[in-house]
Design a binder for this molecule. Structure first.
Ligand code: 4AD
Ligand code: MG
Length: 447
């Protein structure tokens, strides 16, 4: 039998006889000629079945194929610039064809389906080319994350998922029963990361995180993946330098490695191509002033029907604010020095102006919103203890966290990058539900 080759490798086998194993995506033709669009998980390739080239049995098999039937075809690879497919440009002249299973009528047809139907059939929807493309971009994002951090002196140290207390506020905790004691699914690995930097200097944790978000938005999942670098001897300004290098690398890797996938997604690449350091930096005070100037002038927010809503100093941004701010810049933009009252307990207040803290968010262009949240951490044990009390957090479970500031405390900082929002932005997807294989949404735990 001819060697089994994946569709993404076909370009290296022109003129050779190969075998493809996969599923029928689409079929056209009649009479003596069929064009099969075969997908194998790595791409889609046109397989041409001509009655004169195959056995009668193989030709009848081709005739019977329904969408998603599993099959094995053997034939000669030809470069054919007009051949459709992903990446396209190659076709296989079929010599033999074997049907593994004729699929039952497939529920997802090329016609339009509502989102509810598609989500219920997520286990099948994943085979569609746009979903396939998004998952492939996601895999590259994940690999780029690890590669960049591993190559820049960060040690991967993973952190627990079952935890005794909140880290990002108590309102979004999933509680589980830990042998009779309440435990919570981790909202972040950050606090443990902070222990780890004192042992390893620069670390990152990377895994699923959980938030019982009561809001149903295009940006929120109940379970999402977050990578969190944490760095000893690093202040807020140095943290922003790390973040812009890191994000630029991730975007550039996707542009290099996922051209065909981004084409399937019909992504406009001009914004992505501009993503290189440095990114603009905007103080929260200036951001509020910009928003309120635009609100007073009745300026519109791109993609929203209404003008920019005004806001008060001290409030967090709403989605239209983030979209408006990001639209004022060509690249992702850092907003730094948020009001202390609006942020988590562990953020270092600005020494000369404690009503703002040494925090930063990174806003993605084109309305994709916050993809990074981070800060410099409080490094003084007494100040930290006071903040824990002020936030009414249980002192006894944070004792170890305060301890970190007692044995060689240093300035340190870190951030978290949300994988799904980053993938949504790079792919140009409207909703984060399409950036993870089986999304967990407010009213959706199945399949
Ligand atoms: O800004 P957040 O809440 O920051 C933290 O959790 C810090 N402890 C991170 C750190 O400093 N180590 O979340 C970080 C990022 C957000 O910018 C966003 O990209 C993503 O995580 N994120 C979500 N993504 C999807 N669904 C949700 N419900 C998300 N909540 C946060
Ligand atoms: Mg945040």
């Amino acid at each position: 039998m001819a060697p089994v080759v994946s569709i993404e490798q076909l370009q290296h086998h022109v003129g050779e006889t190969v075998t493809l194993q996969g599923w029928l995506y689409h079929k056209t033709g009649k009479g003596r000629l069929y064009f099969l669009q075969v997908r194998d998980g790595t791409g889609i390739c046109q397989a041409v079945v001509f009655k004169g080239n195959v056995s009668e049995e193989a030709f009848q098999a081709a005739r019977q194929l329904t969408q998603e039937s599993s099959l094995i075809v053997t034939g000669v690879v030809k470069a054919e610039p007009r051949a459709p497919g992903i990446p396209g440009g190659y076709e296989v002249d079929v010599q033999d064809l074997q049907v593994i299973q004729i699929a039952e009528p497939y529920p997802i047809t090329p016609k339009e389906h509502g989102i509810e139907f598609l989500m219920q059939h997520r286990h099948l929807w994943l085979r569609s080319s746009r979903q396939w493309a998004a998952m492939r971009v996601r895999a590259t994002v994940v690999r780029a994350i690890r590669t960049w951090l591993d190559d820049h002196g960060f040690l991967n140290v993973d952190t627990p998922i079952l935890t005794p207390a909140a880290a990002e506020g108590t309102t979004t905790l999933f509680q589980v029963d830990y042998h009779g004691e309440p435990a919570y699914l981790a909202q972040t690995g950050q606090l443990y990361n902070e222990a780890n930097i004192f042992a390893f200097g620069k670390v990152y944790c990377f895994g699923p995180t959980f938030r019982a978000e009561k809001s149903k938005t295009r940006r929120h999942l109940q379970e999402f993946w977050m990578v969190e670098p944490e760095i000893a001897f690093c202040n807020l300004e140095q943290l922003m330098e790390v973040a812009e290098e890191f994000v630029s690398y991730i975007v550039q890797r996707c542009l290099e490695e996922r051209g065909p996938e981004l084409r399937v997604l019909e992504r406009d690449l001009t914004h992505l191509q501009r993503v290189s350091p440095p990114f603009p930096r905007l103080h929260y005070d200036d951001a509020v002033a910009m928003i309120n100037r635009a609100a007073a002038a009745g300026e519109l927010v791109p993609g929203y029907p209404d003008p920019v809503p005004p806001m008060e100093w001290g409030d967090d941004f709403g989605s239209p604010h983030e979209t408006y701010l990001a639209a004022q810049f060509e690249k992702p933009v850092f907003v730094h020095h948020f009001p202390t009252q609006a942020k988590a307990f562990y953020m270092e207040p600005e020494p000369d102006r404690p009503e703002v803290c040494r925090s930063v968010d990174l806003l993605a262009p084109e309305g994709y919103g916050e993809i990074i949240g981070g800060s410099e951490r409080m490094s003084d044990p007494d100040k930290l203890l006071a903040a824990i009390r002020q936030h009414h957090l249980p002192e006894e479970v944070y004792g170890w966290y305060v301890d970190l500031r007692r044995y060689g405390s240093v300035v340190h900082s870190g951030f978290g990058l949300g994988v799904e929002r980053t993938v949504a932005w790079i792919c140009g997807l409207e909703h984060v539900r399409e950036t993870i294989a089986f999304p967990r949404l407010l009213n959706n735990l199945r399949p």
